[in-house]
Design a protein around this ligand. Structure first.
Ligand SMILES: [Cu+2]
Length: 241
C-alpha cells in the first residue's frame, strides 16, 4: 500500500467536513426565506383640540363573520374619527394608557405581541441574568433603532404614529415581536377565535371602522359607524378572502 492510498479515506472525511461546514455557514447567512410582510397603510392622525374626557360617549358593539375558518390569530378592530369630508379628521386629545414593559430575558421579547395606543410608551428592559447585550429596532409603519444596550440597561420609545411594527434585535436574529399601534383608544382586540367585540367610551361622532390582522388571511374590512351619546351602535364586520 502506498502512502497516498492510506491518505484517501482521510481526504474523504476532510471533504465531508468541509461540505457540512459550508452548508452550516450558508444556512446562517441566509435565514429562512420568509415572505415579505405587508404592513398596514400608515396614516398620520391629527389630535385636534377637543378632549375625550369632555366628550359625550357611546358604545360600538359588533359581530365578525368569516368567509372561511378564522386563524387563531389576533384581530384588531379600530375606529378612526371622520372629518367633514369622510377622511380621517381630528382624533381629539386623550390620555394614553400607561407605559408597558417588554422583557428581553432569555433572548425573547415578552410580551411578543401587543396592541398599543398612539402616544403610548414602551420600555424595553435588558433583564438578562448573564452579561448579554441586546438591541431593539423597528420595521414597518414605524422605523427606528434604539441602539445596543447592556444587561441591566433599558431603552424607551414613544409610539407617536399609528400602524404595524415588527420589533427585532440586530444581535439575535430569532428575537422578534409584533406591535399594532391603534390611532386612538377606540379599538377592540379579538384574540384566539373571538368573533364579537365591544368598544366602550367612544366620543359621539362619525367613524370609519377598520380591521387589522396579525396574520393576514382576509381582506381588511371598513365601514362607517355613527356613535351617539349614550347609545349602542351595532355593526357586522365581514371578513372575506
Ligand atoms: Cu438580542
Amino acid at each position: 500500500m502506498t502512502s497516498t492510498m492510506r491518505k484517501l479515506p482521510l481526504l474523504g472525511v476532510a471533504l465531508a467536513v468541509t461540505v457540512v461546514a459550508t452548508v452550516a455557514i450558508k444556512a446562517q447567512l441566509a435565514p429562512a426565506h420568509l415572505p415579505k410582510p405587508v404592513y398596514a397603510k400608515s396614516v398620520a392622525y391629527k389630535d385636534g383640540e377637543w378632549k375625550w374626557a369632555d366628550a359625550k360617549k357611546g358604545t360600538v358593539k359588533g359581530t365578525v363573520n368569516f368567509s372561511t375558518r378564522r386563524p387563531q390569530q389576533p384581530i384588531v378592530i379600530y375606529l378612526v374619527r371622520q372629518g367633514e369630508d369622510g377622511k380621517p379628521g381630528e382624533q381629539g386629545v386623550y390620555d394614553a394608557p400607561a407605559e408597558i414593559e417588554v422583557s428581553q430575558s432569555g433572548g425573547k421579547f415578552e410580551p411578543s405581541f401587543a396592541v398599543l395606543v398612539r402616544k403610548q410608551k414602551v420600555k424595553f428592559l435588558n433583564d438578562e441574568e448573564k452579561e448579554i447585550s441586546h438591541n431593539v429596532y423597528f420595521l414597518g409603519d414605524i422605523e427606528a433603532d434604539l441602539g445596543i444596550f447592556d444587561q441591566g440597561e433599558s431603552r424607551e420609545h414613544d409610539f407617536e404614529e399609528a400602524g404595524e411594527v415588527s420589533v427585532h434585535c440586530s444581535i439575535h436574529k430569532r428575537m422578534d415581536a409584533k406591535f399594532y399601534v391603534a390611532p386612538s383608544p377606540a379599538f377592540a382586540l379579538l384574540e384566539a377565535d373571538a368573533s364579537t367585540f365591544e368598544i366602550k367610551n367612544v366620543p359621539a361622532g362619525k367613524y370609519t371602522l377598520h380591521t387589522w390582522q396579525k396574520q393576514k388571511r382576509f381582506k381588511d374590512f371598513e365601514t362607517t359607524v355613527e356613535v351617539t351619546d349614550g347609545g349602542t351602535t351595532s355593526v357586522t364586520v365581514e371578513m372575506a378572502r
